[in-house]
Ligand binder design. Structure first.
Ligand SMILES: Cc1cc2nc3c(=O)[nH]c(=O)nc-3n(C[C@H](O)[C@H](O)[C@H](O)COP(=O)(O)OP(=O)(O)OC[C@H]3O[C@@H](n4cnc5c(N)ncnc54)[C@H](O)[C@@H]3O)c2cc1C
Length: 396
């Protein structure tokens, strides 16, 4: 999930950086520009038809959070070499290419020419595709496939530091690792822009503030629990465009304040289908299989495995460092003229083409923490939709 609270702080502090994504591979320092208080243009957004009777589905899933960040080490179980690639919190899609690249390099160093990937979510699919590109024969073994994996129930936003680790574990070496993964992934995602079905695209995303919240926006958090790491604003701000502020009177939302930035969005239905069909087109094999303990891997012919089981690794490897963070999405009938996202109060709206997504994000990243329940909460879904609908109903 995108961390909108973090983003508020980021945007307030960043002051804006010129969008340098196009300068891929360029080693020059990012050019910085002062944030303009109010651009000359007026914002007039097409109205969103947000109504609870347009909800088509409510999905719930758990983010696989580890306080120390994703597990990427290598473990020997009997004759099997297992490269772990799980525990990416709310950043699994965003970091998938970079993280899987690391896992693939470790798996390739065994010299194996036939490798198994366990899991077919964001991390399993990208691991499989990268292994194929390296010339390896790959079979994915998984209990579930998209669209029934947890990855399919994500928001679908570039959020590379969302619940990726706790600040106290963000050591200099972790930061280097994370930055490498994030930049590698970002670069790969640019190659999916403009494809049929728009698997990946950029949208404008607006944070809407009531006047009282605007004046308090830089206040420090009063939550005394350990903070989640905020890495995006500190390490890769050059990948984000300049934030723009819109004062009351320069938009349709009355006395409120508006901030606009651009976000990369993943239309997960089209994107996951594309990854699956690319994998199959490269002669990748997929087998449905469930493993209950690592000893079950003995039945596999491959001796090198990448373990991309996400939250499933908690039970499979008895890894209790994987903590569930519950997240629920209310999906709504798509609206073809809506290409902007909104964050208002505790609700985030994303204009996915495969269904508009409304989500209660809570006060901070502890929302849903250590909650593995997956039963849909209709009242939460209605609250999410009604909060956004309220923006269009009233002027302030
Ligand atoms: C509400 C919500 C919103 C999110 N939004 C975003 C977002 O906007 N951007 C972002 O980057 N990230 C987001 N995330 C996080 C992201 O979804 C996860 O980090 C990511 O899905 C993890 O992918 P994965 O491949 O590790 O796990 P999964 O998608 O869970 O895949 C695991 C695979 O392993 C298989 N498996 C598991 N256990 C076993 C077993 N014992 N035997 C056989 N197979 C097994 C499963 O069947 C599945 O195929 C969000 C998460 C949630 C919950």
């Amino acid at each position: 999930m995108h961390d909108p609270i973090g983003r508020r702080r980021v945007l307030a502090a960043a002051g804006g950086a010129l969008f340098l994504a196009a300068l891929d591979g360029c080693s020059s320092e990012p050019l910085r520009a002062e944030r303009k208080a109010t651009p000359a243009t007026r914002v007039q957004l097409p109205p969103l038809r947000a109504a609870t009777d347009r909800i088509t589905r409510i999905t719930v899933c758990t983010r696989p959070f580890r306080a120390q960040g994703p597990r990427l080490d290598v473990e020997q179980v009997g004759r099997k070499t297992i490269v772990h690639n799980y525990g990416h919190g709310g950043s699994g899609w965003s970091l998938s290419w970079g993280s899987s690249n690391i896992a693939v390099q470790k798996a390739m160093s065994t010299g194996a020419r036939e490798i198994a990937v366990i899991g077919c979510g964001a991390l399993g699919l990208t691991s499989g595709l990268l292994l194929q590109r390296a010339g390896v024969d790959v079979t994915i073994y998984a209990k579930d496939l998209p669209p029934d994996v947890r990855s399919s129930f994500a928001t679908g936003i570039w959020s590379p530091d969302s619940r990726i680790c706790l600040e106290e574990h963000a050591t200099p070496s972790f930061k280097r690792l994370w930055e490498g993964m994030a930049r590698d992934s970002f670069k790969t995602y640019q190659t999916f822009l403009g494809l049929p079905g728009d698997p990946v695209e950029f949208i404008d995303s607006y944070t809407v503030w009531d006047p009282a919240d605007w004046s308090r926006r830089d206040s420090p958090s009063s939550d005394s629990r350990p903070q989640f790491a905020e890495l995006q604003s500190k390490l890769i701000s050059d990948l984000s465009p300049r934030t723009e502020d819109f004062a009351p009177g320069s938009h349709q939302f009355g006395a409120r304040y508006l901030q606009r930035d651009a976000q990369m969005m993943f239309n997960l239905t089209a994107y996951a289908r594309m990854l699956m069909s690319d994998f199959r087109a490269n002669r990748g094999k997929i087998e449905i299989a469930e493993f209950h303990t690592p000893a079950d891997f003995v039945s596999l012919r491959q001796n090198t495995l990448i373990n991309a089981t996400g939250y499933g690794a908690r039970a499979l490897f008895g890894d209790e460092s994987v903590i569930p963070v519950r997240g629920q999405l209310a999906r709504m009938i798509p609206q073809s003229d809506i290409h902007y996202g909104l964050l208002y109060k505790d609700v985030f709206f994303v204009p996915r083409r495969d269904g508009l997504v409304f989500q209660v994000v809570g006060e901070n990243d502890y929302y849903g923490f250590n909650d593995d329940t997956t039963n849909p909460d209709r009242a939460e879904a209605d609250h999410a939709v009604n909060t956004i609908a309220g923006l269009y109903a009233a002027k302030s």
